[in-house]
Write a protein that binds this ligand. Sequence first.
Ligand SMILES: [Zn+2]
Length: 146
Amino acid sequence: MAHADVEGRLEIMVVSSRMSACLGTDCVRVHSWTSDGRRVCWNPGAGVVGAVDAESRHARVPASLARRYPLPRPDFWVAWTRAEVHAKLLGVPILSWLKAHGLGGWEVPGIRTATHDVEDLVVTVGRLESAPRTTGAGHGEVGMVR
Ligand SMILES: [Zn+2]
């Protein structure tokens, strides 16, 4: 498998709901929808398993999450979208991921992510560079970096 840098193939589009560039079922890229109806479309590269997650950096952090993860707002959304991308790539519900691993401070072998500012959005993209080793719980093996 090629190990092209995430940046090297970065191609993020933010699509308003009325634009046709990536609507319908034809677009084979990966997507994330924002709460105000925009769709973020990313091309991870041919044959590559990728995931994208986007949130407005100005969005209010839900109270229960703010209590549990007291981070400044932009930092929260960076950490959140990164966790979402890991959960999506590993096929784990985000709440299960948070319960098992928390919001940050971990690295997963075989997953590369990068976070970008696109318009008012925090966008994290990630790709599976090798099959993650799995535990009995079905989660990728997660190494703590603290
Ligand atoms: Zn698309």
